[in-house]
Structures are given as C-alpha cells and as structure tokens.
Design a protein around this ligand. Sequence first.
Ligand code: GAL
Length: 688
Amino acid sequence: MTTRYPPIHPKCPHMLHGGDYNPDQWIRTPEVWDEDMRLMKLSGCNAMSIGIFSWSSLEPQEGQFEFGWLDTIMDKLAAHNAYAVLATPSGSKPAWMSRTYPEIRRVNADGSRQPHGGRHNHCRSSPVYRQKCQTINRKLAERYKDHPALLVWHVSNEYNGGDCHCELCIKWFQEWLRDRYQHDLDRLNHAYWSSFWSHAFPTWEDILPTDKGIHGLMIDWDRFKTHQTIDFFNQEAVPLRELTPGVPVTTNFMNGTTTLDYWAFARAVDVVTWDSYPNWHEHADELGEAVATARMHDQCRTMKAGKPWMLMESVPSIPTRGRVKKRKEPGMHMLSSLQAVAHGSDTVQYFQWRKSRGCMEKFHGAVVDHEGTEKTREFKEVAEVGQALAKLDAVVGTSVQPSVALVQDWENEWAIREGARVYLGENTKYRQDCDSHYRPFWSMGVPVDVIDQTGDLDRYKLVTLPLSYMLRDGFADRLRAFVERGGTAVMTYWSAVVDESDLCFLGGVPGRGLREVFGVWEEESQSYYPHESVKVAMSKGNALGISGEFKAVDTCSVIHAEGSKVLATYGDQYFAGSPAVTVKTFGKGKAYYLAARMGQDFLTLFYKKLIGDLSIKPVMSTELPKGVTAQLRTDGKTDYLFLQNYNRQPVEVALDTDYTDVLSGKALRGKLTLEHYAVRVMSRPTRK
Ligand code: GAL
C-alpha cells in the first residue's frame, strides 16, 4: 500500500526551495532586502530560513526586544508569495547574556568555563538559558502565529552532543544513570565491569563522564547527551506547539556525524531535516559520495516510516570546510539537489542565501555573491533548480516502501568507537561497511530503508546488518523471529560481540543466540594492513551460483560452520580452507554470514543473487550502467523515477518501458543518452 503524505504545511503544496537567510546582517542597508526579494523570485526560492543566529538583533539588551526588522522581512516574504522557516535563536547566545549569566557557558572537563564566543555551545541544563529561550520563543510565536509567511519552526541550529561538565550537567547525568540502572549501583558497577583498575563506584556521586577507560560509561554519556538534547529541544518547542499547533516544529540534523542518536531525536520532531555537505569531485569518481549521501537521505525518509523530509542545508558551490575548495562543476548542483528529492525530500534548501560581508562564512557558497546580482553561475544554477522544482508538484508527498533494509545504528557506532576499535584498530570502518552493503542496491536501482536496531524488521524481505558489534536489548530476539518467519538476514564479521554496556557475550561470537541462527562460531579476527588482502574462493556448486575468487581486505574472521552451509572459503593465510561465507536455513528464512570485509565485486554479485531469489524488483527492469542509479517515488498510481548519472561522461540507458520526462513533458522511449552529471525525472503508470 502506498500513501501520499500531505505537504510539509498545507499552505504550500509545492516543493520548497530556499535557504538560510540572514537579513539581520544587512539592517544598515535595507535596500539589500528589496534586492533579496527580487532575486528570490528570479531564482524560484519560496522558503527562507530566517533568524537562526539573530539573538543579538532580536534582543540587543536584556529585555529590550526589537522585532521591527523581522516584521518587515516576514511581510516582504508574504508579499512575494514566499514563506519563512522561522528559527529560534538559541544556536548562538548574545554577549550580554554570557556576561550576566556566566552559567550558560559550558564547562570543560578540567572545570574551566568556556569563554563567550563561537556558537552551538550553551549549557543544556542551565535553567537561565532555558528560560531565556522560552521567553524569546514565546514572543516569536505570539507575534507571528497568524502571519501568512510562517510555515515551519526551525528550532535552534544543529544541536550537537558537545560536552558540558558543569555541576548541573553532571548531577543530571548521575540522576539519569540512577533511572537507567533502577537505582541499583551494583547493577551499574556490573554493567561497567568497574572492578577493572579498581574503578568500582561506591556512590552515584562518584560517577564522572571523564573516565575514558570505562567503555560502558562513555556510551552512557552519549546516550545521556542525546536525552538531554532532546529534552532541551522539547522545552524550546513548548511555546511553539502551544501557540501554533498547526505549524511543524523541527531542527536540522547532522546525519554525517556521530554525536547524537538521531533515531531517538526523530521521534521528537514533526518532520525530519538534515544538512548535507558531500565532497563532490574529491575522489577519482563521484560514486563514494553519491552512495554515502543517498544512504543518509534514505535514513531521513525511513526515520518517519517513509514520510517526506527536508534537505535543510546544502551548498550551491563550495562550503567553507574541506581541504581543497573545489566548486561544484556544472550539472552537479542540479544532480545533487534532485538526488535529495529522489530519496524523499520535499525541499532543496541551502546554506546560504547571500554571502555575508565579514567573518568566517563570507566566502562560503551562496545563492547571491558579493557581486550582488543574478549574473553568477551559482545563481543561474540555483534558478535552474528552482524551475525544475516548480514542475514537481505531483511528486510532493510521494514516497517508497522498500523491501530491503540496512541496519545502521548510532549506539552501535558509539560502541565500535569505544570497544571494537580496541580489537580491530583502524579497520573498524563502520560507515564504509554500511556504504559497501548499500551500494549494490543503489547500483541496481533497488530502494533501501536505513533503519536502526529498534526498527521494525517485518516490513522487509531482506535485512543487512554490517558490523553490528553491539546488540541492543531485544534486537537479537527480533532478528531471530524475523528469520524464523521467513526473512533473509545478512550479518558480517565481528557482529553480536557485546551488549548495550559493551560487555562481551560469553559463550562465543555471535552472541545472544545468534550463533544458532547463523550457524557459525567466530573464533578470532585478523586485521590487515592496507597493502594486504586475503583470497576468498567460492565453493564448487555453491547455492549462490557465484564462481571464482575474490579478495577480502582489512578484516577476516576465522569462523566455524555449525549447521550452516559453506558458500566460500579462504584461499590463503593460516586459516586457508576455513569458511568465509556461509548460509543457514533457520525456520522459514535464511541467515547469511560474511566472515570478512568483502570487496564491492563480491557484494554486487551476492546481493544481485539475493534480490533475485527473493523476487525483489529493481525500479527499472533493464540493467543500469555503472555510476547510474534510478530511485523511485510513487503515489500508487504514478511512479516517478529519478535517473541519475554520476559519471563524468555520458552514458546510454536502455529504458524498460515508455516514460514521460516530467521536466520537459516529452515522451521517452527506447534508449536514452544521459549527459555527464545528468538527472531525469520520468513518470510511468505504477507497476503492480
Ligand atoms: C552548517 C551550519 C550553518 C553553516 C554551514 C556552513 O553546519 O548549520 O550555519 O555554518 O554549516 O557549511
């Protein structure tokens, strides 16, 4: 069953296009504001994120509020049929506040308080800061609740999991631990294995998040910071939800980072958004960036079970970060913008609308350059995206329901950082593993959901869980039940090793009963240097129907088949001849185990075979050339395919049926030449 979701706000049933707009930096030259409006219209921008770092303009002195400039901007936007993604200003605090209330500044691990400056660095526990946020947020909501331009609340900016070691934060952490361990200190000490180095905690007050030797403690600190940040967000949202119940409330995530568990955070927001900054052109080809970005886009869609999301920030050319500041080459801006739409975004937004004249981000890519007109390449390319989005009304609210899920879990990633790294060193490449297991599907045009270990497995036919070192409570049982009922699971080396506290399972890896499900015992793992590789030979007549020899790199585990069938064995090393790939039929399903970090060539053939066996259909039935993907959005009547070419040269794609080019209205049939970095949006009646 496929649903069409409502638009992000019913006021605007169109794709949103726009970005971070800082008119407060131009208060001295209001003629620039009029020029902004003219240029917005020209570029097809209809949604601007305003007020993100505006606290010193909104409240220049304590209790002295100045909304005049914002009134003018909101009115101007409305007059130009544009909308405000209106921010609360807590991402950066004004100097008077830091001076009057030093307790809002974070405290370092050594007890020193951070100086005023920077951004995203307030104490999340500070009652004063919370109260100041509530006051200004309430004033914003009261003032603009009926304003025609108000579309979405953009709460704060990129909350991060930065540390604050002030007394309030530490006390709150200790309270949170009491709850988590049911007021049982012995339980905590056991979970932390704290008799190691004599670190047993005699009281709750002795527990400080600075003891890096205790992995369970460090992972709990990450969990706590996620909890604390969501709590901070929720309190910021109170006046917004109370006064403007129909306006979606959100904040911009950073899926590329490991600081917060965004799965937990996603439950608190009305619409998922993220800031995407791939390093296009950095590598020999664009595929690595394209795949990693697609995976994170899919994750955003999956976080609300398919509901369209918002690309809150991206860059028209170059961000300030990055070693080499290579601009997006012609074509890449359209391709990367529509890539987000292809994976479920109903918006394309940028950082930033206009380059600031001074400070850190004055040369950061923007729609409007210091030159100030529509004559730049960046502006023209943004305007082209605006024209394309204006033709995609029918795509708004459409989604996809994949049969494949990739498990990528933030808590597991924290545990890998703490524990697995000790065993495998630099070769614990979690995100790269996620990408290599995602990539075959992307290349075949098979849609994928990216779930975490709390996700519902039963929606899928195939679940792949690379490097699932930590098992969160309940996950092993759900995975077992999924396979038993007929699901196919793929697990890799060094999975199911520890529990939520990073305590090793006793009785062999994979633990928690998964040894029986997968039919393997993993005895030990070997890490390899970058110049080394290990041969993996496919077994004769194996059920995958794959023959020949492949290479494993970085990590190989020595496993024993215990009731599973061996599909491939190692071809050299001291463990030559032992199993490298196995499968076990468990209940009605199948459980595959890949004992080594297998290369892309093997994974491509492997997953191709699996989707064939499971009758999972790519969105196009003809084969896609290398570097090309097709992604689907549908409302159950019409399918919208986004055909994307990440190659630096043109390719030919054989179409599997007749399509309409949604952007040009032309009929497409037979063979299609896709120019380099080209993207086509094509429609067809929905396939049953
Ligand atoms: C984002 C941030 C923006 C801007 C941008 C520059 O992470 O939210 O405010 O700094 O980076 O790339």
